[in-house]
Design a protein around this ligand. Sequence first.
Ligand code: CTP
Ligand code: CA
Length: 236
Amino acid sequence: TKRAALPRDLEGRRVVISAGGTREPMDPVRYLGNRSSGRQGYALARVAAHRGAHVTLVSANTADLVEPSGVRMVRVGTAEQMRASMLTESDGADVVVMAAAVADFRPVDRTGHKIKKTDRDPGALELTRNPDILAELVEAREAGRLSAEVIAGFAAETGDPDTTVLEHGRTKLTRKRCDLLVVNAVGDGRAFEVEDNDGWLLAADGAEYPILHGAKSHLASILWDAVSEQFARHEK
Ligand code: CTP
Ligand code: CA
């Protein structure tokens, strides 16, 4: 079977993508983490590179994934490390995509030694908020410090009795003020730690595209199509 050639519509574009899930240490052996595997971010990097982009992948805790070829790798562990790398790497970028699952909170104390068990129950784990990297990138552009034409985010949502996944996504796009938001339904074995994905792609201008269930590379292609369309619109 013959494969259709990928378009080279991202030729020369500078793209920075975050992937994976941050880990927030409590001591040298324990951390607070999440279920993100990094596969969606890696698929985005691979497809963008095939379409001609210069890709930097800022990746948190994805040691078990095969590195995409032709992609510059920056490895990080915590949200604070990811923030520093994303702000540095996005300088001069045309597109920034936050596909990583960034921990919202981190332990206040991080002891240099292993926490030992005692005869008593441990005290409560005290947490503090992490920086919101996507929000900082949007603010940096609003302040003229970042020139990226497209800033995209991901939202993993579960529905609840009052609100559907799509409605949660729309609210999040408004709150985050990014240009594109991919909304995935999670829970019941969906999206995390699996090969496939589906959902919606929401654009700041109100456009909404359903993303049919398929490989993470399929979702990646849809996102890059939308990015490519925005470039074409800006050039007119
Ligand atoms: N994000 C980020 N920094 C954070 C948290 C999230 O950059 N500290 C980014 C994610 O990479 C994603 C987007 O923001 O692209 C949405 O993440 P999500 O966790 O869905 O949104 P939150 O604003 O953290 O809201 P909540 O978790 O309460 O739904
Ligand atoms: Ca969050």
